[in-house]
Design a protein around this ligand. Structure first.
Ligand SMILES: C[S@@+](CC[C@H](N)C(=O)[O-])C[C@H]1O[C@@H](n2cnc3c(N)ncnc32)[C@H](O)[C@@H]1O
Length: 249
């Protein structure tokens, strides 16, 4: 087992062993080897002044300096050629943040199955996810209708204790799973730089991908690890354990 910064490299792969790491994504991401990640799917703080239950507040004035200034260059460094990146963004700041994404970026609509009642005259029914492919190489199988740029998530709360209730703003699992399943390959490393409740990791586990995720808050980090441990992959999806890959978290 080789050690690379805080990560351990599995013996038969140059990828970091998979897991959810506690710490600042800005520092941790530097330890990921170039071109080693099949898909980046992440949901950073939006710079809208949101206060998390953990005490963390995303500062609107520091959003570009703290997050966007390094996020896209690092994503493009770690992605394999032809790999996709999906970054959730707040509609409120999209006009300003758009310029920090690659020129060929597009919007994926993470639709809700309800309309959020707001003050404006148009009800909001989707969250924008900025996405792009690294370079001109196509590495995913093509096929008409195989993948699209929208998904309608089931956002209904069905009562009872949800496994992501410890977090303030978890994404619905079904839209995250759609993106992981359609925009990466089995066995890929899926990276989420802002893990939150671990939704991306659960989706990766359920679809036979490896995951690597970072979370700044220790309580969220522990909750996400527990949630992923309890996630049941569907039958017939080979899991990393069966492929001889080591779990570190
Ligand atoms: C919008 S939430 C992610 C929610 C996640 N998509 C889910 O489904 O649960 C953003 C998360 O990023 C974490 N965070 C903020 N700054 C960070 C940083 N510099 N490094 C790592 N995590 C950070 C916050 O604690 C928060 O849990």
């Amino acid at each position: 087992m080789t050690t690379l910064g805080p990560f351990e490299l599995g013996p038969e792969t140059r990828h970091p062993a998979y897991g959810i790491y506690y710490g600042d994504a800005r520092q941790l991401v530097r330890h990921i080897p170039d071109e080693s990640v099949g898909l980046v799917l992440t949901d950073p703080p939006f710079g809208i002044g949101f206060s998390y239950g953990s005490g963390y507040r995303d500062d609107p004035g520091r959003y570009v300096a703290d997050i966007l200034s390094w996020l896209v260059p690092e994503i493009n460094r770690v992605l394999v050629p032809g790999g996709y990146a999906f970054v959730f963004q707040a509609r409120l700041r999209l006009r300003e943040t758009w310029q920090h994404f690659p020129a060929d970026s597009r919007i994926f609509a993470a639709c809700k199955n309800f309309a959020q009642v707001g003050r404006g005259e148009i009800l909001e029914s989707f969250d924008p996810v900025v996405f792009w492919r690294k370079g001109d190489v196509a590495r995913l199988p093509s096929g008409s209708g195989h993948r699209r740029d929208w998904f309608i998530a089931n956002t209904a709360r069905t009562g009872g204790r949800r496994d992501n209730a410890f977090h303030d703003c978890p994404r619905p699992l079904d839209v995250i799973e759609y993106i992981v399943d359609r925009f990466s390959l089995a066995g890929d490393v899926v990276l989420d730089l802002f893990a939150g409740s671990g939704t991306t990791c659960v989706a990766a586990r359920r679809t036979g991908r490896r995951y690597l995720a970072f979370e700044l808050d220790l309580t969220y980090c522990a909750g996400a690890r527990e949630r992923v441990r309890n996630a049941q992959p569907p039958l017939l999806v080979p899991q990393a354990e069966q492929l001889g890959l080591e779990i570190v978290a």
